[in-house]
Design a protein around this ligand. Structure first.
Ligand SMILES: Nc1ncnc2c1ncn2[C@@H]1O[C@H](COP(=O)(O)OP(=O)(O)O)[C@@H](O)[C@H]1O
Ligand SMILES: [Mg+2]
Length: 640
């Protein structure tokens, strides 16, 4: 069995190291931290890591605390700690995406002070690392990543009560009886996430229960090409060996029948055949007076449909037999799965109860977005406060300082309320929350691209010959520029905010493929042009949307750089100037770059319209280009 606790630990360790590295580099080497969205092994990150080891003393990485969602002890056992035969829980092998993402997302959302692991020594000043706008934006994007569940789920009170009542009436002391529940609803209505959270809560609450032992199995049935494979998977989820009750029994479903206890004599045989971990259900039930209940969640259960529906019927019927220990929750999109596939079960005594998740409407979507943003706001607010206190007071005065203020209850940062409303309305057509979350995330990406560009412009001397005199910045623009992405935040107001324009732009791109997908489908020659563009933009110190000489990048210069790089590398032959122009036109039409207006083609200004990390992700699968990109980053040469 996998160990969720150790994987969470290693994620946290990795996140800590990455943050410390970023911080150390910013302060020691002034290398721009402009790749927070990069995955850990991007060349840009490798480059910065190398710079750290050469120039900067290593800073200790300390653990952080304060996950947004209160941390629960993992509800399933790891290999190291699973040898106790008196475990009350045997939760899933299958680590649900929601659970995995919860730890990642809460990790991303957490931006607390770095208190040393060991107790603070008297006289030592606690190192409190600041939050920058860039990091606040990265956290915002992480909170809206697909599958992330930062914090408790919002709303769905009546569905929650129905499911909790179902579990209570089938799997608690005095109410241990088999049963099944079929949960339906269109995609993105929170079915999987809600069941996951409720099962976690339920098993946690039942931990002290000495009379009932809950075995939990969660399986996503999408993984099976052959529905018959489900039986083996259920056996392994409940840690039961095949043939545990009778070595002559070859079919896995027969062993399951015994395990669920409605076949006579199962316990006796099972006690002589303990499982690999000594936790065979049957043997456990002999050695303990606890009543065993098997809680089985089958997500995407319609994948088990066969011509005669034998698999689905068998599993639901196990849960309908009076003596069985099986409590089943099946989840799928179709409202009419029972009528269509399993008419025998409709109205049958002990047959499944039905629960439908209605599509989300604008008010629910808006409440969920706001709740995530408020979680972000609170974590960021606390981190800012800690930093401000550590910066402004000496250790002695810090002791007497006022208790921390509480974060604003209203949403004052990250997103304008009108932008939240627009996202909710735009996404409410399907009731699929994932679309709304995507819209918010892409809006934050748009905001990040825009803010970086404004900063680059503000710090770049304008080319007097080509550029018209810039208009005076508006108040809003001035505020935004003041929030230098890498300057420590001292208040929530410093965080750039998503507005209606960012959402509108996101709505256009969310309906089509995203930037990574757009890059992925390009031909090698076209990807090579993008690589050189990234290399030229990235070679400027301080920002990626700027070129070396302090001028904006012009199409003619980019072409020169392109020819020179490809000739030097000799991996890919450069295309002609006309073809190069066509490629740039294509990039503009799909929204990967924007080209300014100019009389001559070569004088057009070039800007990247997506994040460099997205281009990196788009070329990662191409070994030739990825190798070339790594070399380019390693040499980090100034090309033009
Ligand atoms: N009520 C809610 N509060 C917060 N997030 C939610 C809520 N409902 C769904 N989500 C999020 O929406 C996404 C899709 O939910 P999911 O459970 O996978 O939907 P389904 O299983 O119905 O297709 C997940 O990231 C989930 O965390
Ligand atoms: Mg689901």
């Amino acid at each position: 069995m996998s160990s969720p606790s150790s994987s969470t630990r290693s994620q946290q360790k990795h996140a800590n190291n990455a943050r410390v590295t970023r911080h150390a580099l910013r302060t020691a080497n002034s290398i721009p931290s402009n790749c927070t969205t990069s995955t850990p092994d991007t060349p840009s990150k490798q480059l910065r890591v190398r710079a750290l080891s050469l120039h900067s003393p290593k800073q200790p990485a300390s653990p952080r605390s304060h996950p947004v969602r209160p941390k629960r002890k993992p509800s399933h056992d790891s290999d190291e700690n699973s040898n106790s035969s008196d475990e009350t829980l045997n939760c899933e092998n299958y680590e649900s995406p929601a659970k995995k993402m919860r730890s990642v997302a809460s990790d991303c959302l957490t931006r607390e002070s770095r208190s040393p692991t060991k107790q603070q020594q008297p006289g030592l000043v606690e190192l409190v690392e600041p939050v920058t706008s860039l990091e606040a934006l990265a956290n915002a994007k992480a909170a809206f990543k697909p599958g992330s569940v930062p914090g408790r789920l919002v709303g769905r009170d009546s569905e929650r009560s129905t499911i909790v009542a179902f579990l209570t009436s089938h799997a608690t002391h005095g109410n241990t009886k088999s049963g099944s529940l079929y949960v339906s609803g269109v995609p993105g209505t929170g079915k999987s996430a809600m069941i996951d959270e409720i099962i976690d809560d339920f098993t946690e609450a039942q931990k002290g229960e000495s009379r009932v032992r809950h075995m939990v199995g969660k399986i996503n049935c999408m993984q099976f090409t052959d529905p018959q494979a489900i039986y083996k998977k259920i056996l392994s989820e409940f840690d039961i060996e095949e043939g545990a009750f009778d070595t002559n029994v070859k079919e896995p479903f027969r062993t399951l029948e015994r395990a669920f206890g409605h076949m006579e004599g199962g316990d006796k045989v099972g006690s002589q055949t303990p499982s690999k971990k000594g936790r065979t259900v049957a043997s456990a039930s002999l050695t303990s007076s606890k009543k065993i209940m098997h809680l089985l969640v089958l997500d995407e259960i319609d994948q088990l449909a066969t011509r005669d529906q034998s698999v689905l019927y068998r599993i639901f019927e196990w849960a309908a037999l009076p003596g069985s220990t099986l409590v089943l929750i099946g989840i799928a999109n179709a409202l009419d799965l029972m009528q269509r596939y399993l008419p025998r079960l409709v109205g049958m005594t002990g047959g499944p109860k039905l629960l439908n998740f209605n599509p989300y409407g604008p008010p629910e979507i808006s409440a969920i977005i706001k709740s995530r943003l408020l979680g972000l706001q609170e974590t960021t607010f606390k981190a800012i406060q800690k930093y401000n206190i550590s910066k402004s007071t000496s250790p002695s005065t810090k002791k007497q300082s006022k208790p921390l203020e509480s974060a604003p209850e209203q949403l004052v940062s990250f997103m304008q309320p009108s932008a939240v409303e627009l996202c909710s309305r735009k996404a409410s057509g399907t009731g699929d929350l994932r679309r709304a979350l995507d819209l918010v995330r892409v809006s934050f990406e748009n905001l990040e691209v825009e803010t970086r560009r404004k900063m680059a412009k503000a710090s770049t001397p304008t080319d007097q010959e080509n550029a018209p005199p810039p208009p005076p910045p508006s108040k809003a623009q001035t505020n935004q520029l003041c929030s230098d992405l890498n300057t420590p935040l001292t208040s929530l107001e410093g965080i750039p905010k998503v507005g209606v324009a960012h959402v509108l732009k996101a709505a256009n791109s969310v309906s089509g493929p995203g930037p990574v997908q757009k890059v992925k489908v390009l031909a090698t020659q076209q990807k090579a042009v993008l690589l050189v563009l990234m290399n030229v933009l990235g070679s400027a110190k301080g920002a990626f949307v700027k070129r070396t000489a302090g001028k904006e990048l012009l199409l003619g210069d980019l072409h020169e750089a392109y020819v020179s790089v490809l000739k030097r590398k000799q991996v890919i032959k450069p295309v002609t100037k006309t073809e190069f122009g066509d490629i740039m036109g294509l990039f503009e039409s799909v929204g990967l770059v924007s080209l300014g207006k100019a009389k001559e083609e070569r004088l057009k200004k070039v800007q990247l319209e997506c994040l460099p990390a997205q281009v990196e992700d788009g070329i990662r699968d191409d070994p030739v280009l990825w190798g070339m990109w790594k070399e380019l980053v390693a040499s980090a040469s100034t090309l033009i």
